[in-house]
Design a protein around this ligand. Structure first.
Ligand code: GDP
Ligand code: ZN
Length: 404
């Protein structure tokens, strides 16, 4: 069914091109035809005319498919097909086909490019196609799995596709035009470790609430690492801090007390993270880098000089994925002072405070915000001491900051 209509359409794509473009098309078509005749180049990876996803492949009778696979057909035929393909499926860059696609994980990413690691451990710098580069902070994050395209020797490795994420940690960011956009801090993580110091800087339990909402929104588990416990004069002070976090502890969020000075809690944290991909987040100066270095001295992350905490200095400027022993993968992130919530609305917020779950069905109104309505079972539970009052206050404060 070599429809003449389709052939005309193909031809017109070539005729519209200038001489230089035509030469390029024919050269590339010749390379592709040659490659199709050399099956030893690895048919598994080679982009093949017979691939079902390629242009109008599904309309092709088997006969034509087979001809293509063997590299038959005139050069003009190949150039025409190539011209149609380039129009219907624009390529991220001028990669010379055949391209080889290989899956990799993103170790670092900026709009200028990214570094990836393949399954065999090899690392590679990659370019980003313009549509990903333009919105890199949303489109491509550390931890993402990508398909990397290799062209011929002259063409750089390029990210051809970002594979679907199983989880992500995001926060709001302003886009290139100042508009509200999602910024993905890390992708495909099992657990988000919120790092908070017991002192210097002081603990802010309500900041942990905010983080945990973003963690659940993104589909990961949350955990808290309290750092610098050696700064507390007595153990009773730590008990007081745990009491402030009891709302979280009751929800099942693991809280691990650590110190890089006396080594407290490091084994517990290692055990918690074994076999997992984790992202470490927290304000600058809480001891995130020191903690990671203690978990694995091989990391050698830069830390802040003693006495220079929370002066706005950032030792980590970009998120990076590190591989640790025990099949643990950790993404460290720059310090984040405030943590905005991406895409959480007021009605959605109550769903993130799971201590309300048991009581909310008893409210008079099914859409009760648990703030000002009469006969609110959640408020009653707070008054009874059955729902943690500090968490409830946190809920109210976050609610005020959100869009209706
Ligand atoms: P980051 O900005 O979160 O990565 O914090 P750093 O790891 O750079 O640590 C900030 C400061 O806290 C540095 O001066 C560290 O020496 C200090 N620090 C880190 N961990 C501990 C700890 O467990 N105990 C004490 N006393 N100080 C710590
Ligand atoms: Zn209510």
């Amino acid at each position: 069914m070599a429809s003449s209509k389709r052939d005309k359409k193909r031809m017109s794509f070539i005729l519209k091109k200038d001489e230089g473009e035509k030469r390029r098309l024919y050269k590339r078509a010749a390379q592709m035809r040659k490659a199709a005749r050399e099956p030893e180049h690895g048919p598994k990876h080679r982009r093949d005319w017979s691939d079902a996803d390629d242009w109008d492949g599904d309309n092709q009778p088997d006969r034509i498919q087979k001809r293509r696979r063997r590299g038959e057909g005139s050069l003009q035929d190949w150039a025409e097909r190539l011209a149609v393909e380039e129009v219907s499926a624009p390529q991220p860059s001028d990669l010379a086909a055949p391209e080889v696609l290989e899956e990799a994980v993103v170790l670092t990413a900026t709009s200028a490019g990214c570094r990836v690691r393949f399954a065999d451990g090899a690392e590679q710098e990659c370019m980003l196609p313009p549509e990903i580069a333009a919105f890199q902070r949303s489109e491509l994050a550390v931890g993402d799995r990508v398909q990397v395209a290799f062209g011929d020797d002259a063409a750089p490795a390029t990210v051809a596709q970002v594979l679907p994420r199983r989880s992500a940690l995001s926060r709001p960011d302003s886009g290139p035009g100042g508009e509200y956009r999602e910024r993905v801090i890390a992708a495909n993580v099992d657990v988000v470790v919120i790092v908070a110091a017991v002192a210097d800087p002081p603990l802010r339990p309500r900041l942990l609430d905010r983080y945990l909402i973003a963690v659940e929104y993104g589909g990961a588990d949350g955990a808290v690492a309290l750092t610098k416990t050696d700064l507390l004069a007595e153990e009773a002070e730590l008990d007081d801090l745990y009491a402030q976090l009891s709302g979280l502890v009751r929800l099942g969020v693991p809280v691990v007390s650590t110190s890089t000075v006396d080594g407290r809690g490091l084994d517990e944290l290692r055990a918690l993270l074994a076999g997992q991909t984790a992202v470490f987040v927290g304000q600058s100066g809480v001891g995130k880098s020191s903690l990671l270095n203690s978990l694995d001295p091989g990391l050698e992350l830069a830390t802040q000089p003693v006495g220079s905490t929370h002066k706005g200095r950032h030792t980590t400027t970009a998120s990076t994925l590190h591989e640790l022993p025990d099949d643990t993968h950790i993404i460290d992130t720059p310090g984040i002072r405030e943590f905005g919530l991406w895409e959480i609305t007021r009605p959605a917020l109550r769903g993130y405070f799971h201590e309300f779950d048991a009581y909310a069905p008893g409210c008079r109104f099914t859409d009760c915000s648990h703030l000002h309505e009469p006969d609110c079972a959640v408020k009653a539970a707070v008054e009874q001491g059955d729902v943690d009052e500090a968490r409830y206050d946190g809920y109210r404060r976050i609610w005020e900051t959100l869009r209706p």
